[in-house]
Every structure is written in structure tokens, then in C-alpha cells.
Write a protein that binds this ligand. Structure first.
Ligand code: HEM
Length: 361
């Protein structure tokens, strides 16, 4: 007999529908009007245009601080990190950690991820919050393993502070959190023998880099794992396919760039300095590229989704994520189903904040 009330199940159902519908609606509306000026930015929905924005770094810069130095969130450490740099600085920074993220090195971490996933799956009891019990700790443990640090209860708070700090000014608390993160990694560097710690980057640069790895390496994977549970529930019997999951429900739904010069996209004139957002949610459902774009089709081939970005900033953690999600899903019984679901809206899509599960038995 279930100990859960009907309202919970109903809420879960509504939230689940909201997530799937949000993605589909955004894609349909976006592709009807594929270059839109909204909230002071250009939103680019067609696949070909989004890919161009992501790959033509001469015209579309990742360096927000250069084009938007007055941004209220300018103090965000991620804005000073690898992801917000342009070539040639970008290549030099990426080279510092590239060897830690090759497929060969990551294959060696599979066993460790499998062990962690099995242990965490054991703690998933009836009614547990899947995010807090499994989907957040697993990627956190993996990144910690790569950096050679112990998971720390402060990391979740730090990640939240960094990922939600956009469009507003830093409060005293946020500033204190950023100082805390920088201190932590400055101390870590003194004793670590990882390539990042031993590089000739300054302490601040190392701290910003680690902050990027910690935040990008956890938040997105957490969301993807939660989406995997939702997709299993919505399409029972369908095999797991990480690529199709990334196409249909991409955790990074839109990616910012800044025009380095006047240019055009479609019939629109973009001015130097304008913010341009490559809308991955829509590009991934562009019928010019994907047949039956709103259909979940495991094994879709080819599947050139933009879920990990494209070009020079292509996700550094892509191999890691693929390995991690495949290993995690193998540990997760198919019978676990969403029971209660909470989503926090974000500018690019509903973010799954809490997902209580039931074993369905
Ligand atoms: C579901 C999981 C993930 C998704 C959807 C994702 C998505 C992305 C996307 C879209 C970009 C490109 C951003 C841009 O073009 O501006 C990116 C870059 C990046 N990702 Fe991931 N990511 C994931 C997991 C990870 C993990 C596990 C790590 C761990 C280290 C990671 C680290 C990075 C880094 C460091 C960059 C910046 C690369 C660069 O600028 O050269 N990501 N990611």
C-alpha cells in the first residue's frame, strides 16, 4: 500500500507535464520566429544559426566581461574562467586540464563511478529525494575524485550561489561565499599534485577554474539524471539513450555569446556588443535536422544535438557525463518512478529542484 497522498502524485504529474511541454512549446514557438529580440538579447532558435553562434568565435565572443563589464553579476567567478574566454587564451587554459578529461583517463574512473552509484542507489529508499540522495552526490563525488578532494557539505551551497548569481548584484552573503570558495581552493592548491594545481596559473585563476569544474560538473549532470528518470517514466520500455536525452531535455538550454562586430542573422542586424543566445532547446528540435523532432527516439542516428555545445567550447566533461550517466542508470532500477516533483523556473527552462521517487512496487 502506498504511503503517499494523491496530491503529491498529482503535483508530480503536473510538473512532469510542464517540463516536457515547456521544451516542446519553446521549440515550436521559437522555430516559428527563429531570431527574436527579447529582454535585451537576441534569441536564436534555428539549428544552423545556433551552431554558427556557438562555433564562429571571431564574431560571437564568450567573454562577457569584455562586452558587458557593467553586468550586475560581473563578480561571478565563472565569468573569469575558461568558459568565458576566447582564443588564444582559451586554448592555453583548456590545455592545462585537457589530459585529465580524455576518454582513456575517464574510462579508468568508470569503476569508481560504478561503486559510488551502487552505494548511493542503496540509500534510495521509498519517498527519498532523488536529487539529494543520488543525482547531486554522484557527480559531486566524481568531480571531487578528479580534483583529489573530499566532498564537503558546503559544495551544494557554493554551486547554488554561483549558478543562481545572474542578473542581480552580489549581496554581502554572495561575496562572502565567493571569498570562501577562493580560500578553499588556494589552500587545496598547496598540497595537490593535479595538473591544475601545479600549473603556472595564479591562485585566483586556479580557484575560478575549480569553481567552474565544480559547478558545471555537477548541476548539469544532476539535472540530466533527473530527466533520465522522467523519460523512463514517460516512455516505459524504451532503452536509455544519453544522446537522445540530451537532445530532448538539454540541461543547458541556451548559451550566451556577445557579438564582436556588426553582423546579421537571418534578416536581423546584430550590433557589436549585443548578447546573442543560442537556444539549444529549439535547435535540438529543428525539423530541418531531426525527423519527428518531438518524438523520443532512442538510437536516433545521426543525432548531432547541441546539448554539449559545439566548437571550441565543446563541453570538457562530455566523456565524463556519458560514462557517468550510463553507469548510474545501470545501477538504478527501472521501477523507480517520480512521485513528487518540484521545479524552479530558469531563463532557459524548468530546473528540477526536487524529485521524490517511489519504487513503484
Ligand atoms: C549533462 C551534463 C553536462 C552538460 C549538458 C554540459 C553542457 C555544456 C555546454 C553546453 C558547454 C558549452 C558552453 C559554451 O559553449 O559556452 C559546456 C562546457 C563546459 N563543460 Fe559541460 N556539461 C555537462 C557536464 C560537464 C561535466 C561533468 C563537467 C566536468 C568537468 C563539465 C565541464 C565543462 C567545462 C569546463 C566547460 C567549458 C569548456 C570550454 O569553455 O572550453 N561539464 N558544458
Amino acid at each position: 500500500m502506498s504511503v503517499f497522498s494523491k496530491p503529491q502524485a498529482k503535483r508530480a504529474d503536473q510538473a512532469r507535464r510542464m517540463i516536457f511541454e515547456w521544451h516542446e512549446r519553446t521549440a515550436r514557438e521559437g522555430l516559428r520566429d527563429p531570431v527574436r529580440r527579447e529582454h535585451g538579447a537576441w534569441f536564436v532558435h534555428r539549428y544552423a544559426d545556433a551552431r554558427r553562434v556557438l562555433t564562429d568565435h571571431d564574431t560571437f565572443s564568450s567573454d562577457e566581461l569584455r562586452y558587458n563589464p557593467q553586468a550586475p553579476h560581473a563578480a561571478n567567478p565563472v565569468l573569469r574562467s575558461l568558459i568565458a574566454t576566447d582564443p588564444p587564451r582559451h586554448a592555453a587554459l583548456r590545455a592545462v586540464v585537457a589530459q585529465q578529461f580524455t576518454k582513456r583517463v575517464l574510462d579508468r574512473t568508470r569503476e569508481r563511478i560504478g561503486h559510488d552509484a551502487a552505494q548511493l542507489a542503496n540509500e534510495l529508499h521509498e519517498g527519498a529525494d532523488f536529487i539529494e540522495t543520488f543525482a547531486r552526490p554522484l557527480p559531486t563525488r566524481t568531480i571531487c575524485h578528479l580534483l583529489g578532494i573530499e566532498p564537503d557539505p558546503r559544495f551544494a551551497r557554493w554551486t547554488d550561489a554561483v549558478t543562481t548569481f545572474i542578473g542581480t548584484r552580489a549581496t554581502h552573503d554572495t561575496q562572502r561565499t565567493f571569498a570562501e570558495i577562493a580560500d578553499y581552493f588556494r589552500t587545496w592548491r598547496r598540497t595537490s599534485d593535479t595538473p591544475l594545481a601545479r600549473s603556472d596559473l595564479t591562485d585566483q585563476e586556479v580557484a575560478d577554474f575549480c569553481t567552474l569544474l565544480l559547478t558545471n560538473g555537477t548541476e548539469t549532470t544532476t539535472t540530466l539524471l533527473a530527466s533520465a528518470v522522467l523519460v523512463r517514466d514517460r516512455f516505459p520500455g524504451a532503452p536509455d539513450d544519453v544522446e537522445e536525452l540530451l537532445r530532448l531535455l538539454p540541461p543547458a538550454g541556451g548559451t550566451d555569446r556577445f557579438a564582436t562586430r556588426d553582423t546579421t542573422i537571418g534578416r536581423h542586424r546584430i550590433r557589436r556588443g549585443d548578447r546573442v543566445v543560442a537556444m539549444v532547446v529549439s535547435a535540438n528540435r529543428d525539423p530541418d535536422v531531426f525527423a519527428d523532432p518531438h518524438v523520443h527516439r532512442p538510437g536516433r542516428n545521426p543525432n548531432p544535438h547541441l546539448g554539449f555545445g559545439r566548437g571550441t567550447h565543446f563541453c570538457l566533461g562530455a566523456h565524463l557525463t556519458r560514462a557517468q550517466v550510463a553507469v548510474a542508470l545501470a545501477q538504478l532500477p527501472r521501477t523507480w518512478r517520480p512521485l513528487d516533483l518540484k521545479v524552479d523556473g530558469t531563463p532557459v527552462g524548468p530546473q528540477i529542484a526536487a524529485l521524490r521517487v517511489t519504487s513503484g512496487s
